[in-house]
Design a binder for this molecule. Structure first.
Ligand code: URP
Ligand code: ZN
Ligand code: ZN
Length: 463
């Protein structure tokens, strides 16, 4: 006996069709009009969209950062992700200084195993690229199912790498079939600006944004693109926030380079005026790169619509205001960077994108699931609804209206940067490999059901 999702409108990155979906075991086995019930368990989807489960390519769960540890771990973070319609996360392993990549990866496996409610894969953020660590890159690709690595051009004296290291890593990764991701901000310039601001007594959250100007992101993005071009390697720029960086990616792609860009929901609907909120509430929005002038939002929306930006990640990195963000009450540079976004990634894109007419349904699916699965070697197992694919499916009710709030969200954190936004559309039922994990307001899955999914090598994709 299987599960028959009946009467819905199936949306993939390329098609929209009224059809039923039959799940047997963990996979989709049939997609057709009017599949006979024949003893299957029927799930009615009339009036609903049937989307592929979301693939969030950018999360930080249970991660030590900024002198504390993210508020959400793999249990709470993946449960919240499921409520939002995401069925796979690609989390960032933090490579600790002095450690091997392999050991850091094993630490992350231990964090996820027995806790994750949805499936997961890993990228590795390389914190200390010694020669022996460089040599591990091909081994992780061949042996561990890890095929993407993030390097930082910011966070000076901590994670930041110099151009030589980035160039060598790009060449090594490119030859190994891996994709390098960059956090593109000029960390040297930011370091000068931060020191000057603090010396002038400028300590409030708004100075986080003022000391990380968009030019610092634009410059680093252009530099990373040139380095990737010289290394003959593909490049993925994470969390793009502004016209300077997004235009650089568009220009590179016009020149035929394998350069991809990702943005995140917060950069589409929040802006730098949020840093002015009274009583230290601006600290909720301290993330890097920072929120920008509102005019950048339209640029990002247009690039999402025109496929000039291809990835859409949450950059989930949650910290409580109380006890965590407060570490920087007297010094903005000590506010842990990041925000809770894993649960609302799809809801924000659906409402402000599809519902308000900025993008179509196919593009919504491409951005929330398909592109991310293709870029990181999970497609077609993840990221689409097709015969033989994992039955990761969201039944989406486009009519429900709700107000996003920390009082009602499922993330384990005391703030929500989308607080008070009223959005239309919601994941009503969510399946991970054929098992229902969300049923209306209820979590019906199990911590530990989610398992590791190895990523295939990077191969050039037209998105
Ligand atoms: O502020 C952010 N984005 N925190 C997470 C770490 C990163 O740079 O992605
Ligand atoms: Zn980053
Ligand atoms: Zn991040």
């Amino acid at each position: 006996m299987g599960t028959l999702i009946r009467g819905g409108t199936i949306v993939t990155a390329s098609d929209i069709q009224r059809a039923d979906v039959l799940i047997e075991g963990e996979q989709v086995v049939a997609i057709a009009a009017d599949i006979p019930v024949q003893g299957h368990q029927v799930v009615e989807a009339k009036g609903r969209y049937v989307f592929p489960g979301g693939v969030d390519p950018h999360t930080h769960l249970d991660m030590p950062f900024g002198g504390t540890v993210t508020a959400d771990d793999f249990r709470t973070g993946t449960m919240a992700a499921a409520f939002g319609g995401t069925t796979t996360v690609i989390d960032f392993v933090l490579h600790a200084k002095g450690d091997t990549l392999k050991n850091s990866l094993h630490v992350w496996h231990a964090k996820a195993e027995g806790k994750a409610a949805i499936d997961y894969a890993f990228h590795v953020m390389i914190g200390d690229l010694r020669d022996e660590v460089m040599a591990e890159i091909p081994r992780l690709v061949e042996e561990e199912g890890v095929t993407s690595f993030k390097l930082f051009m910011a966070y000076k004296n901590n994670l930041q790498v110099d151009d030589e290291t980035l160039f060598r890593a790009l060449r090594m990764a490119g030859q190994a079939g891996a994709l390098v991701q960059v956090h593109a901000e000029n960390g040297d310039v930011i370091d000068v600006l931060v020191k000057e601001a603090l010396a002038n007594g400028q300590t409030e959250p708004k100075y986080h944004a003022l000391t990380r100007p968009p030019e610092a992101e634009g410059e680093a993005t252009v530099r990373a693109i040139h380095l990737a071009e010289m290394a003959k390697a593909p490049l993925y720029v994470v969390h793009v926030t502004c016209a300077q960086a997004a235009d650089a990616i568009s220009d590179a792609r016009k020149r035929g380079l394998a350069v991809y860009g990702e943005t995140c929901p917060q950069y589409l609907v929040c802006d730098n005026s949020d840093y002015e909120r009274p009583d230290f509430a601006g600290a909720k929005y301290v993330m890097s790169p920072p929120l920008r002038e509102k005019s950048n939002q339209e640029v990002l929306w247009n690039k999402l619509k025109n496929a000039e930006l291809q990835g859409f990640g949450s950059d989930q990195c949650s910290f409580n205001l109380k006890g965590q963000k407060e570490l920087g009450r007297d010094d903005f540079s000590r506010i842990p960077n990041g925000a809770p976004t894993i649960e609302d990634r799809m809801g924000i894109l659906y409402h402000y994108g599809v519902q308000e007419g900025r993008i179509g349904l196919n593009r919504f699916v491409a951005l929330t699931a398909t592109n991310n699965a293709k870029l990181f070697g999970l497609f077609p197992r993840k990221g689409t609804i097709a015969i033989g694919s994992d039955a990761d499916i969201v039944i989406w009710d486009p009519t429900v209206e709700r107000t996003l709030s920390a009082a009602t969200h499922h993330m384990n954190v005391d703030n929500n940067i989308f607080e008070g936004m009223t959005v239309r559309g919601k994941a009503e039922k969510v399946f991970v490999r054929g098992k229902m994990v969300i049923d209306g307001e209820k979590f019906v899955g199990t911590a530990g059901y989610g398992h590791f999914v190895p990523c295939a090598k990077f191969s050039q994709v037209d998105l």
